[in-house]
Design a protein around this ligand. Structure first.
Ligand code: PLP
Length: 457
């Protein structure tokens, strides 16, 4: 039976009766019914009513090669026929994840040569947390186990990933986080810079908050610092250029591992294969997922630097950790083909040299002057539009976040899928967007802002 046998209202009723959605107010969902997305092609998604929407979010920050890639379906089909599944526990392996690991080592920064697979970003952050603590235990320093993170960080939804994250609402529902994780200020100048403070100085001050937390806990007790190079779900918050190099310096000074969460930024989004390269830093672990398969299969890869993997090998002993689907051959076959597409079509270079700068110019020239817009920011094909009530004072509409929802709803009605996070309107489109697609997005966003202004005035 296919969905075409059901009307939209029938599907919505079944959905409401049986399907608990992630990150959803279920009372609201019952009242409004879900928007049913039924197919997709290139940069467009289509709902059950036949509306075409330009997908400004690449699904959930993941469909980097766009929709309708039959090569990816064929790669999955071929692998399923040959070997649909076997595990890699207990000294077994299957060839496809092995070859993918080699490919990832080639793409990653030079000092990263090993991979640990999972099926989601959250799982891989759990792996990362356990791995860095295991590393220090192997090094004879088990007390070095505190992880420093940031307020508003998003590292996923499992208990460990929620604990690593800095979302207060999520923590409130957790009923007890994983211990020994501390949170410091986020590097978001628009909201937190002092009057007259330059971006450069603010970046150094935000990094100093990490150093202060290390000194307070005692460096001998701190295992690692974790951060998204650009905070994604927290509102595409791009730190000043001074921030990451200073974080790297601090981590080295106190012998603390640097864990980078590139679940969103990995595989080309910032105009480099990894944002570590955009920021000029050398993390000890890089968490990746999402665009590794462009979302066509669930797969994550924790990229592990030589320092950690050398200790694992030299000290030996089993790392009691793994998932049934670690290194799933079908997901890995899709990932290999997806990386081949990104390479063959030169998508990373295109973001760096053409569409990324053009996207920034569009935001600057067409959006930033709008009366509802406090600032625009972007790197590569990842950007945000900050909604404010008063441009000069940066005063927000009340309650916070309500105005962005008005803009988002108008954007969707204009055929533009965007996300509202707090007062930030988020864009993270497929990397196949061209200058024409960016112009189309600009037209629709300007209309949505104008309509929202009329509503909010
Ligand atoms: N880390 C970051 C930076 C993310 O943005 C996300 C998801 O959006 C995750 C981790 C969690 O990934 P997943 O939803 O695949 O568990």
């Amino acid at each position: 039976m296919t969905y075409q046998n059901f009307s939209l209202s029938q599907l919505q009723a079944i959905d409401a009766a049986h399907y608990l959605h992630p990150f959803t107010d279920h009372k609201d969902l019952r009242a409004s019914g879900a928007r049913m997305i039924v197919r997709a092609d290139g940069p467009f998604i289509y709902d059950s009513e036949g509306h075409a929407l330009l997908d400004g979010m690449a699904g959930l920050w993941c469909v980097n090669v766009g929709y309708g890639r039959h090569e990816l379906a064929e790669a999955a089909y071929e692998q399923m026929k040959e070997l649909p599944y076997y595990n890699s526990f207990f000294r077994c392996a299957t060839p496809t994840p092995v070859l993918l690991a080699k490919k990832l080592a080639e793409l990653a920064p030079k000092h990263i040569n090993q991979v640990f697979y999972g099926s989601s970003g959250s799982e891989s952050n759990d792996t990362a947390l356990r791995l860095v603590r295991h590393y220090w235990a192997l090094e004879g320093k088990p007390e070095k186990n505190i992880i420093i993170s940031r307020n508003m960080a998003y590292h996923g939804s499992t208990v460990a990933a929620t604990s690593l994250g800095g979302m207060s609402g999520m923590h409130e529902q957790l009923g007890g986080a994983v211990p020994n994780i501390k949170h410091v200020m986020m590097p978001y100048a628009f909201e937190l810079a002092l009057p007259g403070e330059s971006d450069h100085d603010f970046g150094l001050r935000a990094a100093k908050a990490v150093e202060d937390a290390i000194l307070e806990a005692g460096a001998e007790n701190v295992a690692a610092f974790i951060g998204e190079p650009i905070m994604g779900a927290g509102g595409v918050k791009i730190p000043p250029a001074s921030y990451w190099p200073e974080i790297q310096r601090i981590c080295r000074k106190y012998d603390i591992l640097l864990m980078l969460d590139e679940v969103i930024t990995g595989y080309g989004r910032t105009g480099e294969w990894f944002a570590a390269q955009s920021m000029g830093i050398e993390p000890d672990t890089i968490t990746t997922a999402k665009a590794l398969t462009s979302g066509y299969q669930p797969l994550s890869a924790l990229l592990v630097g030589d320092r950690i993997s050398k200790t694992l090998v030299e000290k030996g002993g089993e790392f009691y950790h793994g998932y049934t689907y670690s290194g799933h051959p079908v997901a890995c076959a899709v990932a290999l083909k997806n990386l081949e597409i990104i390479e063959n079509e030169g998508l990373v270079e295109r973001v760096k040299n053409d569409t990324g700068p053009y996207f920034a110019k569009m935001l600057q020239e067409r959006i930033s002057g709008h009366p509802l817009v406090g600032e625009v920011r972007s790197l590569g094909l990842m950007g945000a539009i900050e909604i404010v009530k008063d441009k000069a004072t940066r005063e927000r509409f009340q309650p916070e976040g309500s105005a962005a929802v008005v803009v988002r709803d108008h954007a969707i009605a204009q055929g533009m899928m965007m996300r509202a996070t707090g007062d930030s309107m988020i864009l993270s489109p497929p990397l196949i967007w061209t200058r024409e697609t960016i112009d189309m997005a600009g037209d629709r966003i300007v209309k949505a802002l104008d309509l929202a202004l009329a509503d909010l005035s």
